[in-house]
Design a protein around this ligand. Structure first.
Ligand code: ATP
Ligand code: MG
Length: 269
């Protein structure tokens, strides 16, 4: 249902971020898009969600269709109305608004009051912790909870296709596991997912199919099982050193955030 054909993207005149990229996502699939820093993963999601212009980028060749309709010339709001909703990188939530207000904002694009109510119920079930924190300011949630809120807010507009940009970034391993299970469940409920990740271990566990971007081109594509077994992916993305280093870094970041919160709550209390 999502079809990206021959897509090339530039920022300004000189930065070629994507070059003849082909990607297909079936209506019932999770596609993982892997790749290192600057490979073009976020650019691909921006192109699909119609937000390239906001970042100074433009499509220079190719086309993107969703359910048979061209979407590469639509404004972001119209792309959402087609059923394609993105959760951008960096856990963007409205920090000064409450959890409940964030979710309500996500529901503004819903097709009807009844889909809004059913989406609200779905988010409640997927993320019980958000219901517990309904009245709390989003900026005070932990990193993992903010990621959940960002995903929950996107689900409020009842997407057919959810685009997730590095949901595991900076989260401790346990939280990464939780997010992975939630993505799987969202998919089982009938929503297709494009999952952009540097965490290949997590992404290949969740996805049916996967593609590897390298400097703006698709270097490898296949079933998640094929890619997990491929020597290149093993060496580049599942290799012991880089992975354990990244894990150690994310644990350290989480611990630091936790200490910070403790200090804050001591102040507040
Ligand atoms: N707003 C922008 N203006 C100019 N160049 C950009 C912009 N955003 C990205 N680029 C460039 O486009 C290329 C692809 O970037 P992109 O952000 O899509 O990579 P990525 O795979 O998402 O990387 P990361 O894993 O670090 O998020 C990079 O060379 C990057 O420097
Ligand atoms: Mg990115």
């Amino acid at each position: 249902m999502l079809s990206v054909r021959g897509l090339s993207v530039r920022y300004g005149r000189s930065v070629r971020a994507l070059e003849s990229v082909d990607v297909e996502v079936g209506g019932d699939a999770v596609l993982a898009v892997l790749g290192g820093n600057g490979a073009g993963k976020s650019t691909l999601l921006r192109a699909v969600s119609g937000t390239l212009k906001l970042h100074g980028g433009s499509v220079t060749a190719g086309e993107i269709t969703f359910d048979g309709r061209r979407i590469d010339r639509l404004d972001p709001a119209l792309v959402v109305r087609q059923g394609v909703v993105a959760v951008p990188e960096g856990r963007q939530v409205f920090a000064r608004m409450t959890v409940e207000e964030n979710l309500r904002a996500g529901g503004l694009g819903a097709r009807s009051a009844s889909t809004r109510a059913s989406s609200r119920e779905r988010v409640r079930q997927l993320f019980p912790v958000l219901a517990e924190r309904a009245g709390q300011r989003a900026g005070l949630l932990s990193g993992g909870e903010q990621q959940m809120l960002a995903i929950g807010r996107a689900l409020m507009s009842d997407p057919k296709l959810l685009l997730l940009d590095e949901p595991s970034l900076g989260l401790a391993p346990q939280m990464v596991g939780r997010i992975a299970r939630i993505i799987r469940e969202i998919h089982e409920q009938g929503t297709a997912v494009v999952l952009v990740e540097q965490n290949a271990t997590m992404a290949l566990q969740v996805a049916d199919r996967a593609a590897v971007l390298e400097v703006g081109r698709i270097a490898l594509a296949g079933s998640a099982a094929e890619l997990a077994a491929s020597d290149d992916v093993q060496r580049l993305y599942l290799g012991g050193h880089a992975e354990s280093q990244a894990q150690a870094e994310s644990e350290e970041a989480e611990a630091r955030a936790h200490r910070g919160r403790k200090v804050l709550s001591r102040w507040a209390g």
